[in-house]
Design a protein around this ligand. Structure first.
Ligand SMILES: [Zn+2]
Length: 451
């Protein structure tokens, strides 16, 4: 089909079916060009509105604010009062889950629940309201435009789909999804089960699509680039977006060379949505300031820009389940310098997962060990888990279950693991009554015993 026809179809589709999302996209496109001072002013307003909402509708914050003697008006009078609010930990979310959800009936009715593996190995649930979900989608498109991509141009996704609790998991792509993929010019491939045939198909779809964008996890994008190189494919795209895992220089270098376009690093999570993303200057990652307020703390006190610390995030758009000063368990540092692109959103210099998160393969690859973390809760009745790389040939999932487990899904996770670590790797599931904590009392959900 000619390109102009495609663009027309896609444009009609977005205007008919995604009108609200397009409005959010316009808002994000405008927000990025505000000055740093304007962005700080918007952030103060957003934080105040969120605190007032939480104070009015969210029982956890009502109780917390009462117990520490905090009022949203204190923050309006002096922004430093924000520091009085104790950070929210993952175990805090687990403990106070029901109380973190809004009691406002109209908004409650729009919530969708989604769960993640959580970094401590116990599944965590998050609730997302409609506005926030529209913004989540808009952020992806907004981000893609930074590479010069336009709505209706091809988009290739080598991605794993983590189902919502409202979805079925039969692995079938619905007719409706196929149709919307067609009009949006979108191609999906499953990153949880990567086969040479699947990669070959994706490579063919990418041929002669210089306006296209490719999204994947960092390790899968790298794996795909190596495949293209081995097979001698010549692919030229507009940009590659990588996410969910640390990006190493050797990975960026190979992906850029093989796919003939820049790599854009992206930092986001199921818990919080967009956090930060790289612009075309590749000088760091601009914080997604409309969606989140990011603090860098050491021993619970803010550090100066340029200094490393742990990230504490406040989500500004999701009133369905507000996360105020949430310890996401990542760390890194903010930059003090502005970006040459002219955007006022401040830069993050580095985002680090912990080194412990990395597994090795027999052929010398480094794999982010958390690859199966979001899948494990789909077994059902998982209270806690640990993923242990015992040796280059043995991976163990240790699971504390509180009821029956989905056996079919176990087989699926085994396939995914072999895809990530190698077909010859043995995958074992061990069901245990409890998991040991580390000497500091913290539970480690990823353990590598490979030297
Ligand atoms: Zn920039």
């Amino acid at each position: 089909m000619p390109n102009t026809m495609r663009m027309k179809i896609a444009s009609s589709f977005y205007h008919l079916r995604k009108r609200k999302m397009l409005a959010r996209l316009d808002a994000l496109d405008a927000h990025q060009w505000l000055s740093a001072a304007e962005i700080r002013a918007v952030r103060q307003q957003s934080l105040l509105a969120l605190l007032e909402y939480a104070h009015r509708f969210v029982p956890y914050y009502q109780n917390l604010f009462r117990s520490i003697g905090f009022q949203p008006a204190d923050f309006a009078a002096d922004p430093r009062a924000f520091q009085q609010i104790p950070p929210l930990t993952k175990s805090g979310i687990r403990e106070h889950y029901d109380q973190l959800i809004t009691t406002e009936p109209a908004r409650r009715a729009t919530l969708i629940r989604q769960k993640t593996g959580g970094t401590t190995g116990e599944p965590l649930w998050f609730n997302k309201d409609t506005t926030y979900r529209q913004y989540n989608v808009a952020y992806v498109y907004h981000n893609m435009k930074w590479a010069g991509w336009q709505l209706g141009r091809p988009q290739f996704w080598l991605w794993g789909h983590v189902p919502h609790d409202s979805e079925t998991r039969d692995g079938q792509v619905s007719v409706r999804k196929r149709l919307s993929n067609f009009v949006a010019n979108r191609f999906d491939a499953d990153a949880f089960v990567i086969t040479p045939a699947g990669m070959e198909k994706l490579a063919r779809q990418m041929e002669n699509k210089p306006d296209g964008i490719f999204w994947s996890y960092t390790s899968t994008a790298f794996q795909f680039a190596r495949f293209l190189q081995e097979r001698g494919h010549t692919i030229r795209l507009k940009g590659v977006y990588v996410a969910a895992e640390p990006l190493f220089d050797y990975q960026r270098e190979l992906i850029e060379r093989v796919l003939g376009c820049p790599v854009f690093n992206n930092y986001s999570s199921i818990d919080t949505g967009a956090i930060a993303r790289e612009c075309d200057r590749h000088n760091g990652l601009h914080i997604a300031t409309k969606n989140c307020h990011l603090e860098v703390l050491q021993d619970n006190a803010p550090v100066a820009d340029g200094q490393a610390g742990e990230f504490v995030i406040t989500t500004l758009l999701n009133y369905g389940m507000p996360l105020i000063r949430y310890k996401i368990e990542d760390w890194g540092r903010k930059s003090a310098r502005p970006c040459a692109c002219g955007r006022g959103e401040p830069l993050l210099e580095v985002v680090e997962g912990r080194k412990i998160d990395l597994f090795k393969t027999r052929d010398g690859k480094i794999v982010y060990g958390a690859f199966a973390k979001d899948l494990l809760p789909t077994l059902g009745n998982v209270k806690q888990f640990q993923i242990i790389q015992k040796s280059l040939d043995l991976l163990i999932f240790r699971i504390v279950a509180v009821g029956p487990i989905d056996r079919q899904q176990m087989a699926f996770i085994e396939t995914v693991s072999k895809g990530a670590l190698g077909a010859d790797v043995e995958v074992k599931f061990e069901f245990v009554n409890s998991l040991p904590a580390t000497p500091t009392g913290k539970h480690r959900y990823l353990v590598s015993e490979v030297p």
